[in-house]
Design a protein around this ligand. Sequence first.
Ligand code: SF4
Length: 157
Amino acid sequence: GRARVLVSACLLGQKVRYDGGDKQLGDDLIARWGQEGRLVPFCPEVAGGLPTPRPPAEIAPATGRVIDSDGADVTDAFTAGAFLALDTARRMACRFALLTDGSPSCGSNFIYDGSFAGRKIPGAGITARLLRAHGVQVFGPAALSVLAEALAATDRH
Ligand code: SF4
């Protein structure tokens, strides 16, 4: 069968980001994977019970807690969303995930440094970490062609 991919819902144009917008990836590969039935859209923050729009949140490096720009600790909602993402990946047999980079949930290569000053640091969000810890291969939008190769290799087996 064709390998399936858990995808950040905002990459598919769903308006679920903190600011009420999306991060739609207008790429031919995405369109093709959608037609092939490979894509499983998911937003961990919405699944975890957060409203849209919502205040932006960042991971505080000293504690690992997720704090929003109003100072509220939203770690529980982010964690709940991450476990629901893992449940969905398992249920739908997704061995791969394509997640929005930079997000405190979905980031896979970089996140922000907790100061709300727009400073990027290497790291991963709560959902990306949990998926990886359970063997899901996580890719960011910059690695679409690498994901395409991984899917092709998996389909051949
Ligand atoms: Fe997109 Fe992930 Fe943020 Fe949801 S949690 S809006 S899917 S980056």
